[in-house]
Structures are given as structure tokens and as C-alpha cells.
Design a protein around this ligand. Structure first.
Ligand SMILES: Cc1cc2nc3c(=O)[nH]c(=O)nc-3n(C[C@H](O)[C@H](O)[C@H](O)COP(=O)(O)O)c2cc1C
Length: 361
């Protein structure tokens, strides 16, 4: 059998295969509330055969939204809508995962398609947005708001917000929580020396810069059931001189594992607009490989993984433990079934793999 379709066991949870839907903001909520649209969106990818569905970045606090239309989990009223998503995803045989997020200094923007001609950034006007926060008073780029540096007391409130969000996520029926510590949002901005110039215990050395993320992981672990997995998405490289490196990621991953993380989801970039990255098929797989081999922790690879053989090769070569697909699952919710078909052997011809309630036969 293809490795892609072997189960992946993380703590007490067995994923039916190694294909996950990568978190993708859909900017389609009012007040952070999930709607029927979200149900169809996530339910269709679960019915399409993925082993894990991760929700889009789900804000743990209103100021932690990227845009006013982000999904949220900062209050109990948001649980009911999320519960419907988790229940539908599970009923289709996939594991239900949620990405817990805080946008930090990249908060308070319009939706990506609402860019105005001649306006450099997507930032909302003061009367329509809110004050972003970050490690230091350094904006993401010209045109973005200057973040208010978080006091140590406020950092404690952020950690508590992640913990409370995890309690709600469990109440909503999610089985995996992923902490978003990538793409230049709040936690990643603490990691990177390009965004974090603090001189207190949350800045300076690598240990200090990742302290907030370690506190979040431990706080979530305290309330997240011991038999349920915890993932952390990192930006494994800032792709710029003087920024966060893959070596830093390996060191951090070891510590995150000790804190209770079960799998590191290896993305990259997003700290500064000057990043120099070259994309191409599987361009972030070397990060998942390094963190897996040198950090000795299971990893997910993500980024321009679109073909069944491609995904299978990464897994077979031991470069990652699972693959996450983003845009390809938007294009084709049934990608896993098509992949099973493609990998089912040279003589299987065009006969579709039978798919029934999560079983490939
Ligand atoms: C529309 C869109 C929204 C995204 N939103 C998120 C998000 O909420 N959280 C996150 O960690 N990554 C987000 N990403 C990044 C994806 O999860 C993924 O890492 C990236 O698209 C690369 O994978 P792909 O080439 O398979 O699309 C988003 C990507 C897209 C295209």
C-alpha cells in the first residue's frame, strides 16, 4: 500500500491517511462566527478523503484577527458553529483539527481581494480597524500600523487566550489543535530577531524569543486532553539574512516537543516583505526533513504539493510524516480519492478506487 494511505497515529488518534488540509483563511465570517458556508467548505474536503481537516486561522482574541471577517474562538458563542464543522468532518471519517491563531502586528487589514488601487497596504482605516500588537514597535512594512509592544502582563493574557481557546476547541469536538507560530503573525514575530528587539525575558537569545510560544504550548497542553495531539506550525526560515533560520527551527522544535507538541508543521516566511524565497514543487520539504531528522520530531510538509507520486515520494523517503495541501484541495476537494486511484497500481486502469465512509478498497 502507498505510504500516503497508511494511517498516522499521533497519541490516541489515528488519521486514516497522511493527507491533511492546510489551514486557509477564508475571510467569510461576521464576528468570527462560522456559517453553513464553512460547513460545506470543510465538509466537502473531509468527504473527499483527507485524513485531517485543519480549519483556517481561528483567532483567540478579537485583536488577533487578520481581518474583521476572520473565524474566531474568543467567546463561548462561537462554539456552536465550530461544533457543527467538527461533527461533520468527523462523520466523514477525517480528524477535525483547528488552527489557533493571533495575527499580532499583521492584524487589522482588509481582505486580500479588497486592495485599493494606489494604497500600499491592506491596513484598515483607524475608524474601521484596531490597534495591532507585537513584540516591539516595528511595523511589518510601510503602510502597516505600528504595533503596540506587549507588556509582560499582556503576554500572560495572550497565553491565557490560547488556553481558553483550546478549552472551547475541545468543547466543540476538535481532536487536534494546531498553534499558529508562522508567517510573521504574533508568535512567529517574537521568534524572529527582525521583528523582536525586546531586551526583557521575551527578547534577545533564541530561548527568550521562543518563550511565549513555549508558554502557549504548555498552557494549551494543560487543558488539551492527553490522548489528543497538538501541532505547531512554524516558519522554518525567514528567507532573509539576519532572520530566523532552519537551524533555529531544529533547536526550537526539540523544545516544543519537550513542551508537549506532537508534530511540527513546517511552513516558512512572512516576517518581512524583503524575504528572498524561491518557490517550486515541494520547496519547503527540506525544512520538514531537517526538523524531522535533526529535531527528532514528526513533521508535516506543505507547499506546492500537488501530485500523488510527489507526496508519496516525500513520505517514502522519510522526509516527513504527513503532507498538508492548501490550494490543491481548494481546486479539487476529492484529491485524496484521485490520489488513491493514481497510486493504486499500473494495472488498475481508470477504475476508480471505491471510497466508502473513509475506506479505500
Ligand atoms: C487563501 C489562503 C489562505 C491561507 N491562510 C492560512 C492560514 O489561515 N493559516 C496558515 O497557517 N496558513 C495559511 N495559508 C498557507 C497555507 O496553509 C499553505 O501553507 C500554503 O498555501 C502553501 O501550500 P499550497 O501550495 O498547498 O497551497 C493560506 C494560504 C492560502 C492560499
Amino acid at each position: 500500500m502507498a505510504v500516503l494511505f497508511e494511517p498516522l497515529v499521533l497519541r490516541g488518534l489515528s488519521l486514516r491517511n497522511r493527507i491533511g488540509m492546510s489551514p486557509m483563511c477564508m475571510y467569510s465570517c461576521d464576528n468570527g462566527m462560522a456559517t453553513d458556508w464553512h460547513l460545506a467548505h470543510y465538509g466537502s474536503r473531509a468527504a473527499g478523503g483527507a485524513g485531517l481537516i485543519l480549519t483556517e486561522a481561528t483567532a483567540v482574541a478579537p485583536v488577533g484577527r487578520i481581518s474583521p471577517q476572520d473565524l474566531g474562538i474568543w467567546c463561548d458563542d462561537q462554539i456552536a458553529g465550530l461544533r457543527r464543522i467538527a461533527a461533520l468532518v468527523r462523520a466523514q471519517g477525517a480528524a477535525a483539527g483547528i488552527q489557533l491563531a493571533h495575527a499580532g502586528r499583521k492584524a487589522s487589514t482588509r481582505r486580500p481581494w479588497e486592495r485599493e488601487p494606489g494604497v500600499p497596504a491592506l491596513v484598515l482605516p483607524p475608524d474601521g480597524g484596531w490597534q495591532p500588537v507585537g513584540p516591539s514597535a516595528l511595523p511589518y512594512s510601510a503602510g502597516y500600523g505600528q504595533p503596540a509592544p506587549l507588556s509582560q502582563e499582556q503576554i500572560g493574557e495572550v497565553v491565557a487566550a490560547f488556553r481558553a481557546a483550546a478549552v472551547r476547541a475541545h468543547a466543540a469536538g476538535f481532536q487536534i489543535a494546531e498553534i499558529h507560530a508562522a508567517h510573521g503573525y504574533l508568535l512567529h514575530s517574537f521568534h524572529s530577531p527582525l521583528a523582536n528587539t525586546r531586551t526583557d525575558r521575551y527578547g534577545g537569545s533564541l530561548e527568550n524569543r521562543i518563550r511565549i510560544t513555549r508558554e502557549v504550548i504548555r498552557a494549551v497542553r494543560e487543558v488539551w486532553p492527553a490522548d489528543m495531539p497538538l501541532m505547531v506550525r512554524i516558519s522554518a526560515s525567514d528567507w532573509v539574512e539576519g532572520g530566523w533560520t532552519i537551524g533555529d527551527s531544529v533547536a526550537a522544535a526539540r523544545l516544543f516537543k519537550a513542551d508537549g507538541a506532537d508534530l511540527i508543521d513546517c511552513s516558512s516566511g512572512g516576517t518581512v516583505p524583503e524575504q528572498q524565497l524561491t518557490t517550486g514543487p515541494g520547496y519547503q520539504v527540506p525544512f520538514a526533513e531537517a526538523v524531522r531528522q535533526e529535531g527528532e520530531v514528526p513533521t508535516a510538509a506543505v507547499g506546492m504539493i500537488t501530485a500523488a507520486e510527489q507526496a508519496e515520494t516525500y513520505l517514502r523517503e522519510g522526509r516527513c510524516d504527513m503532507v498538508l495541501l492548501g490550494r490543491e484541495l481548494l481546486r479539487d476537494p476529492y484529491w485524496p480519492i484521485h490520489a488513491a486511484n493514481a497510486l493504486s497500481g499500473p494495472n488498475s486502469g481508470p477504475i476508480p478506487v471505491q471510497y466508502e465512509r473513509g475506506r479505500y478498497t
